[in-house]
Design a protein around this ligand. Structure first.
Ligand SMILES: *Cc1c(COP(=O)(O)O)cnc(C)c1O
Length: 379
């Protein structure tokens, strides 16, 4: 599904030198590499504050702690996402409110959010799934109207642009009150272990978050709030510093691969290719409308499971993200949920299949994979 060695070969000297230097200087935690990365990412994103932390799940948890969400507060998020998003809501004893998604983009459905808002709702967590932003302009307007926080789960869309109706653009993760990302190795900007970060333009919130990641300390051994221990290692920061200048090129490679896949699937009546809806028609050359963390097809003739098996037999990796809606997971079941509220998620879990997607795919591989998929679906 992913090939990370090509990227490493390209940045090997820089990464190895930086890691050797960390070994010599023993600045393993909160070293200069972490501070430099923080500043470089702030510049790249055009945001006032980046707060590095240990992983993307922590980033979401710390964001919710920093906003002062309290047990019983309702937090609306998508039924069709990785469990981390809802896990931290539940862990903090907030009440997760799962809602359905849009069949074209796989992202949270605006109307479903609107219907789910109650007097207890405190926040919305849009997940920019598979590399494309949720409908943020409308979500931000809705949140403003109801006085809600917007926490972006940007684990899959770092580097993506969001285009507003007036044509202006902002980077994914910088649109809401706070944005969260993951540097897990297979993410679009991945380190060589775990890592994550929180973004905000709010100076006061940034200060709060910097304390929470470090045991609630704002002054050494003075613990003002209950915090956690969540830090980005210097070694991971060094890897990320080598990769950040290449992130746009990485995104272009992914988009290029996505375009080639979609061209190969043109005219296939049982296959729906991913749609790009924000700012661009199709998969464009000129902007980061979609950064294709995953390239995800919908197989509409009931042969998805058989295709997964067939591709495995052919030695072609594939993935089903995600096979079970969160509202059907034991940990997150809730008597308030009705199946009629989740028609799209319930359908997508049976139709989606993600094909290999990374920066090292060549034309031959893409052509071979597409040919095998098409042959099998029409057989
Ligand atoms: C990967 C991911 C996370 C969690 O990130 P970790 O760094 O693995 O904790 C959260 N949300 C989404 C949508 C993800 O894809």
């Amino acid at each position: 599904m992913v090939d990370l060695n090509g990227q490493y070969q390209d940045i090997k000297d820089q990464v190895n030198r930086a890691i050797a230097n960390i070994m010599e200087t023993t600045a393993f935690i909160n070293g200069p590499e972490v501070h430099a990365f923080q500043t470089e990412l702030e510049e790249y994103l055009g945001i006032r504050h980046v707060i590095p932390c240990a992983n993307g799940t922590d980033a979401l948890q710390i964001a919710m702690m920093g906003l002062g969400l309290k047990p019983g507060d309702e937090v609306i998020t998508a039924d069709f996402t990785f469990a981390a998003t809802v896990e931290v809501i539940a862990l903090l004893q907030l009440t997760p409110v799962l809602v359905d998604v849009d069949p074209d983009t796989f992202n949270i459905d605006l109307k479903a959010i609107e219907k789910a808002i109650t007097p207890k709702t405190k926040a919305i967590v849009p997940v920019h799934l598979f590399g494309q932003c949720a409908p943020m302009e409308a979500i931000l307007a809705l949140a403003k109207k109801h006085g809600l926080y917007v926490i972006e789960d940007n684990a899959q869309a770092i580097g993506a642009d969001y285009t507003f109706n007036d044509g202006s653009k902002k980077k994914a993760g910088t649109l809401g009150h706070v944005g969260c990302t993951s540097f897990f190795p297979s993410k679009n900007l991945g380190c060589y272990g775990d890592g994550g970060a929180i973004f905000t333009n709010d100076d006061e919130l940034a200060h709060t978050l910097r304390g929470i990641v470090n045991h609630g300390m704002y002054e050494r051994y003075h613990h003002d709030v209950v915090g956690v221990n969540s830090r980005l290692d210097s070694i991971q920061a060094a890897v990320l510093r080598a990769k950040l200048p290449k992130l746009d090129a990485y995104c272009n490679r992914r988009r290029e691969a996505a375009r080639k896949y979609s061209n190969a699937f043109t005219g296939q009546k049982n296959i729906i290719v991913p749609k790009t809806v924000n700012g661009c028609e199709g998969i464009c050359d000129s902007c980061d409308c979609h950064v294709f963390h995953q390239y995800t097809l919908r197989i509409t003739n009931g042969k998805r499971d058989a295709l997964v098996k067939y591709l495995a037999e052919q030695g072609i990796p594939c993935g089903v993200y995600y096979p079970i809606p969160l509202h059907k997971q034991k940990a997150y079941a809730d008597t308030r949920y009705q199946e009629a509220h989740f028609p799209v998620t319930n359908q997508l879990v049976n139709e989606v299949i993600s094909l290999p997607m990374h920066t090292e795919l060549d034309d031959e591989q893409i052509g071979f994979i597409a040919k095998k998929v098409i042959e099998f679906i029409n057989s």
